[in-house]
Design a protein around this ligand. Structure first.
Ligand SMILES: [Zn+2]
Length: 230
């Protein structure tokens, strides 16, 4: 949820955005995310040595923005993005990932930055990495943060719990529903929308009252004039 909700900068407008559009991570929120949760790819010490390029690529704000775009699109129900998250077809995963981002960039009218030239050992398009540990309890151990995020997302998506907050001004609209029919990410948004609607209703009622008042005043004036003719 946190990854979907970090605000990146829209690549066409340069403004922070919560929509699923091509974006690059805003440096400050990106650093905050990594500090709090760790990097998305496997930590360098868990990687075999001699992988030039992989760190700089995946600590790159544009790459982070692309990973986020795929997750946000999946959250909004885009089936091809959900396929990318599941990464079941390992042979074509990287190509399909590239194609998806290429299409998104084209429809936004921007050129996609690619990182060709540096060998990329780790790719967000790769299958979810996890191993099973059979102890007293059966445990699934995920090997990197991006794998964990995908597993959790898929679990919530299959359970029909991934939702977008109904408050159009919500700052963190991607949420997991905890009860059936939940429309808002939390009580703050529910209250904000309710009070916005209430204010609009009051405003409308006031306007109607004023119009009626004015109409009555005009009537009264006309009556007065007509009365004066007698
Ligand atoms: Zn909300």
């Amino acid at each position: 949820m946190a990854l979907a909700n970090v605000w990146p900068l829209d690549l066409t407008t340069g403004q922070p955005t919560a929509s699923s559009v091509p974006a690059m991570a805003d440096a400050k929120s990106f650093v905050q995310f990594v500090k709090r949760y760790g990097p998305l790819p496997p930590r360098p010490e868990e990687q075999s040595l001699g992988l030039p390029g992989h760190r700089e690529t995946f600590e790159n704000p544009v790459a982070f923005g692309e990973i986020q775009l795929v997750l946000r699109s999946a959250w909004r129900g885009d089936n091809s993005a959900i396929d990318l998250i599941a990464a079941e077809d390992q042979e074509t995963a990287r190509d399909r990932w590239h194609l998806f981002l290429q299409n998104k960039a084209e429809s936004a009218g921007i050129e996609r930055k690619t990182f060709e030239g540096s060998p990329i050992e780790w790719s967000p398009a790769d299958p979810i990495r996890a191993r099973v540990s059979v102890g007293t309890n059966l445990e699934i151990v995920v090997e990197d943060l991006w794998s964990l995020i995908r597993l959790l997302f898929l679990q919530d998506h299959r359970g029909d719990r991934t939702r977008i907050c109904n408050n159009e001004k919500c700052l963190a609209p991607y949420f997991v529903q905890h009860r059936r029919g939940q429309q808002y990410c939390g009580p703050d948004c529910a209250t904000a929308v309710a009070s916005r609607r209430y204010r609009q209703k009051v405003k409308k009622a006031l306007k109607r009252l004023q119009q009626e008042e004015r109409a009555r005043a005009v009537d009264a004036m006309r009556d007065g004039k007509e009365g004066g003719n007698y």
